[in-house]
Design a binder for this molecule. Structure first.
Ligand code: NAD
Length: 433
């Protein structure tokens, strides 16, 4: 394992450590931990293919703005690569690479026949009109068309990309190809081949892992409290399902701020409020709360569901929760992670916790390929089976090896991929020892 002191110091100097460096460190630690040959690390540490594209878009005022986009395809030895597209001002190549590696590991942990991919565009969508966002979405798909497709690489939604945007993207792809290819992308509106349950899938999966973790800790969820950072697709759905399980959701925030009610927020009312186009910070039926104060609340479950690098050396000391469920990708820095471990907090790592999204995306793709569609109950039941399977496998390795959940999740994922590397003759059986 990397030395604690190094990690802590890295966090002091570089408050937001590069996610690609973080994932490479974790891969290396886990390959060592497993006693595998380091050849496996050298294969896994770099995405198979990355593409940078220029995206000139005519803005409403007639001027051209040229955006930058990326697509990273990590490894396609188990199946086509798959992963979301992010629209965010902080998107950069290293972030996209890291996210594509995490996607490979998620699919491996849940035994999905897929590899990892990820895409992103450097843009603040709040500055664009709807027409400009549509044009940007269509331009991005045109530019990455040569490397995507239902048997190659299958995009999906991520931060700031909705089913509506997926609809524009698939329309552009189909127009280029000349026919309807629904399996080219997931997270679509249901009417054009989306899956029942996809919109709720990531949040539902997060809550399933929390339910399993509560069993391990002997926690009664119906008398537990939760706080969430981020109230977009993942955060809002996680809040909805926690509320349905009887968990008191006392605080939520978004990028503009948040709200707190120690008696429990009226989650259905808040969901409707946000669906009507408001920020949670504008909700007046609860006390205002800042993103900084969210971390120190006395809750049982803390759920980062926004962006990377939120649980850090600075914020982790305040966390009082028994469970941290990483609904976001990469929400915890290495130094933040060390603090959570010292505090004996049960961490459900991102590559397990939020894998419900890729799981139902996989189901969507399967349904598209056979052109036959399942009812919501069937999708949800299959999702539950996969999430519990993944959680139990990771838990087993944690207990057998006496390591933490994050390292156990990497171990399960890497071992699965390593078996495929052996089967394809990339590495020798001996390297597995
Ligand atoms: P989203 O765009 O729907 O929502 C993001 C939310 O985070 C919004 O409420 C936004 O206001 C909030 N936010 C952004 N910056 C913030 C900040 N600095 N402080 C507090 N809140 C902030 O995105 P999403 O799809 O819900 O994704 C959230 C996270 O979950 C991301 O890390 C994403 O990669 C991960 N994830 C998403 C999916 C999926 O299916 N959408 C699947 C797996 C993982």
């Amino acid at each position: 394992m990397t030395h604690r002191k190094d990690k802590a110091e890295a966090d002091i100097t570089t408050h937001n450590k590069n996610p690609y460096d973080i994932v490479k460190d974790l891969l290396k630690d886990s390959v060592t931990e497993l006693g595998l040959n380091e050849n496996i690390y050298h294969i896994l540490k770099k995405p198979n293919r990355v593409l940078e594209v220029s995206l000139p878009v005519r803005m409403d005022n007639g001027r051209i703005r040229n955006f930058t986009g990326y697509r990273s395809q990590h490894l396609d030895i188990i199946g086509p690569t798959k992963g979301g597209i992010r629209f965010h001002p902080n998107v950069n190549l290293d972030e996209v690479k890291a996210l594509s590696i995490w996607m490979s590991l998620k699919s491996a942990i849940l035994d999905l026949p897929l590899g990892g991919g990820k895409g992103g565009v450097i843009v603040d969508p709040n500055e664009l009109s709807e027409k400009e966002i549509e044009e940007l979405s269509r331009t991005y798909i045109r530019k990455i068309t040569p490397i995507i497709g239902p048997q190659k690489d299958i995009p999906a939604p991520d931060v700031n990309t909705s089913p509506e945007i997926m609809g524009w993207m698939i329309d552009e792809y189909d127009q280029l190809r000349g026919y309807n290819i629904p399996g080219m992308l997931t997270g679509k509106p249901i009417i054009i081949g989306g899956s029942e349950g996809r919109l709720e899938a990531t949040g539902r999966g997060v809550v399933l892992t929390i339910r399993e973790a509560a069993k391990v800790l002997g926690m009664d969820l119906s008398s537990s409290t939760a706080a969430l950072q981020g109230f977009g697709n993942v955060g809002s759905m996680a809040a909805k399902f926690l509320h349905q399980l009887g968990v008191k959701v006392v605080a939520v925030t978004d990028a503009k701020g948040g709200v707190y009610d120690k008696e429990g927020l009226d989650v259905p009312d808040l969901l409707q409020f946000v669906q009507d186009g408001y920020s949670v910070s504008e909700y007046t039926k609860a006390d205002p709360l800042t993103n900084e104060d969210l971390f120190g609340l006395p809750v049982d479950i803390f759920i980062p569901a926004a962006i990377e690098n939120q649980i850090t050396k600075n914020t982790a000391p305040a966390i009082q929760a028994k469970i941290v469920a990483e609904a976001a990708n990469g929400p915890t820095t290495p130094a933040g992670d060390e603090i959570l471990e010292e505090k004996n907090i049960f961490v459900i790592p991102d590559i397990l916790c939020n894998a419900g999204g890729v799981t139902v995306s996989y189901f969507e793709w399967v349904q598209n390929e056979m052109n036959y569609y399942w009812k919501a109950e069937e999708v949800n039941q299959k999702l539950e089976e996969r999430m519990v399977f993944g959680f139990q496998n990771v838990l087993k390795i944690r207990e057998e090896r006496g390591i933490r959940m994050r390292n156990a999740a990497y171990t399960v994922g890497i071992k699965h991929i390593a078996q495929a590397l052996v089967a394809r003759g990339w590495i020798k059986d001996a390297d597995m020892r």
